[in-house]
Design a protein around this ligand. Sequence first.
Ligand code: AMP
Ligand code: GLY
Length: 428
Amino acid sequence: MAKIDILLLGQGGRECALAWKISQSNNCGKLYIAPGNGGTMAYGENVAISPLDFEAVKTFVLANGVDMVIVGNEDPLVAGIYDFFISDSQLSGIPVIGPSKDGAQLEGSKDFAKGFMQRHNIPTARYMSITKENIAEGYAFLESLEAPYVLKADGLAAGKGVLILPSLAEAKAELAAMLDGMFGKSSSTVVIEEFLSGIECSVFVLSDGNNYKILPVAKDYKRIGEGDTGLNTGGMGAISPVSFADDEFMKKVTDRIIIPTIDGLKQENITYKGFIFLGLINVNNEPMVIEYNVRMGDPETEAVMLRIKSDLLELLQATATGTLDKASLVIDPRYAVTVMMVAGGYPGQYEKGNVITGIDKAGDDSILFHAGTKVDSNGNLLTNGGRVIAVSSYGATKNEALSHSFTTISKIEFKDKYFRRDIGFDLK
Ligand code: AMP
Ligand code: GLY
């Protein structure tokens, strides 16, 4: 196959891991990352374009003969980048990996996602969507539920739009506050959900609209503190495989969730050629959907990419052409883990611009995926975010993979570095 030139949109650890994997493909010509970070530069060329500036993306794609656009983060998808390409005569032949704007509503609107699951009998928590007009019904629904209470802003809220409240009084007060604009327009509709109890995992599916491949299952660790305590973060680490996501569990996931999701999208005439991220919860061995995302997870991608032996770009090309049934996906049986090194103080206030040393000392079993880094004009690598570097490693066992990451982390220094030592603690 001829080599193709690619534009990857995004700037986090996820995009660094995608760039690492895609750049290994024999089909990969030039790889551009917009805007990228201090780590993506090792795999391609960073270009200073915002993924949300579609006109700038268009100009770049046409000027550089880009053959495929891969969207890492959700914002451009929810804003309609797929539709922007399809409806432009100069761009319509250039595939965009990611759903149409309608499909991106699975992540962009919790109300849409819940309605979709209800229409297609996909197992999920009972819910009610509330606006200011029917707040009284919201209070009544809360009264019918048991503590704790789950409130979700309908729209994107940078991962902060979900509140879990211990008492009915707090739930009612927070419902009113959300509808009053706690998350701006994102919470003008609020989804109230029944609380589900169980252990979560992230299932990633690549779909061309008809066929699908299930990528390695992962589990992420969102809280800042060990034992899953303290504030929520963008993710402190991830591990794959997930011991409870065995063949029996995955058969239920496939039959009850993946196939109905793909069929449901087709029935609703929604074009979806890209990643589907199922945030699942295992309730007494029954998988239920907590949320859909329309992209890969971060930091799950930093573990999942290690376990894909096949050529990811070939899989994405098959996604674009609707031939995923003919593509092969071979998975590495080893464990992969990623441990996020973060700046002290994160997810509260933290410093940026501190020098990072030791990245050349990473062991052979570890791969560094930069999340928040940049290179200054003197060539120094600096911290440039709360999450700084994801240290990913292979191992024959979970503990072996973890120990490789910890050894590497001990050699990388920046002021007030912090990381969790218990990634995977709740799995066998
Ligand atoms: P979401 O943004 O929908 O993934 O929600 C963020 C987190 O809140 C999830 O990862 C869960 O840990 C928790 N959560 C969301 N919905 C529920 C629910 N119905 N029951 C229990 N926990 C939930
Ligand atoms: N790790 C969860 C997410 O990417 O949303």
